[in-house]
Design a protein around this ligand. Sequence first.
Ligand code: ATP
Ligand code: MG
Ligand code: MG
Ligand code: MG
Length: 484
Amino acid sequence: MKTAEIKRRYLAHFEANGHTVVPSAPLPAISDPNLLFINAGMVQFVPYFLGQQKPPHARAVSVQKCLRTPDIDEVGKTSRHGTFFQMNGNFSFGDYFKEGAIPLAWDLVTRSVEAGGFGLDPERVWPTVYLDDDEAYEIWRSVGVPAERIVRRGKQDNFWSMGIPGPAGPCSELFYDRGPEYGREGGPEVDEDRYMEFWNLVFMQYDIADVRSKDEFRIVGELPAKNIDTGMGLERMASILQGVDNLYEIDEVRPILDRASELTGKRYGANPSHVASESHPDDVRLRVIADHVRTALMLIGDGVTPANEGRGYVLRRIMRRAIRAVRLLGYQDRALPELLPVARDCMAPSYPELATDFERISRYAYAEEDAFLATLRAGTTILDTAIAETKSTGGSRLSGDKAFQLHDTYGFPIDLTLEIAAEQGLAVDDEGFRRLMADQRSRAKADAKARKTGHVDLSAYRTVLDTGGPVEFTGYTETRRESR
Ligand code: ATP
Ligand code: MG
Ligand code: MG
Ligand code: MG
């Protein structure tokens, strides 16, 4: 079943059950200063849950574009984490609670494909409930799930929050058993790759604060009403229904991976394994490229542009990881002009604005790639030399000085220095690097203060202006012609 069809069936099922279809909010989370990007379907509904705004409808359904930067290191190494993904969700604002949410989900998941459902074998579906949530447990029993397939789990897994203060609650998740070729038997507690989580039903009833981690927070009080917030990973359901090993192989992502494979000449799946964590590094890189190129497309599509801080830096980092993965696969030229149009063709059927806006999107993307390739050429040479020197003197750690110089003079990102050094078996003097960064920051602050009071010597700039005339910045339309 195509991803678009899964989306359609989800919306149809909940619309038939009295839910209003609400469009996705854009990826940048503008409503919440604590959040850079929307990371779940419920984010746009937070004011309804907190009782700050009256919802226009008691039931809603959406397919929300999400971004989870904390998952970036999992991409390609697990079967189920993307940076960008789509979360199908149904919501009740003080309307139905557990007794409504569980049967609605169970019906869609187990109803036959012919009858409009997803047709999963009920015997392969394992629900979890929060430790003492007997209510949810009994409802799962009543829809027909045997006791041995209902797992009780603690806060870490079964108490959901956005990771920041706000609405939260105990949850109940659905896992799908992909079979023995994917790992060990025994349920989600034993193997979360074989038993893949695909849907989370959150029983939103608390307001929390002081969030330190998944299981360290303070419950401030009860929300004005008991609500439902669910999130079904669209790509995860697609990977189940399309019978593929992971979400980089579904219809909306695989063509990008295939193009990257063609371009680099690396055959995907040369050492096939159903278990993602046993994949060949080249396969992981191809998945990273496919994921990150799609994410870049979606981010720029939603108005984010590469920058050195905030949302723009997240985009920059994701793009740079993709570009570097391409180079590690042996391809040295510009790759985005080959990959981005493929991503567009995958996603435009669901998001037509990506096609109409592609001229703008691609302009930003290609300029960023060109700038980064130039940085890489300059920085890599210097880093390689430094690594060789460190090794030849028997050192195991690259100096903080070097890392700082690369960052400061060449714009070579520290995460890349760490990654390349690690590949060569070297650590980096992180502390030294951070100290130099802090020094630089306080110097910059002092400068800014001096500028405010006028006590700074600008005469050096005068000479440049007098001899060379004004300089026009052309970086957005032209790229550096470099011979290095
Ligand atoms: P996991 O434990 O697998 O990391 P999660 O518990 O962090 O997932 P939730 O916060 O419960 O995920 O989000 C709801 C649903 O969204 C998940 O059940 C899953 O289907 C989907 N999902 C979460 N993170 C990702 C991701 N990085 N890529 C794709 N789908 C995701
Ligand atoms: Mg997660
Ligand atoms: Mg989970
Ligand atoms: Mg979850």
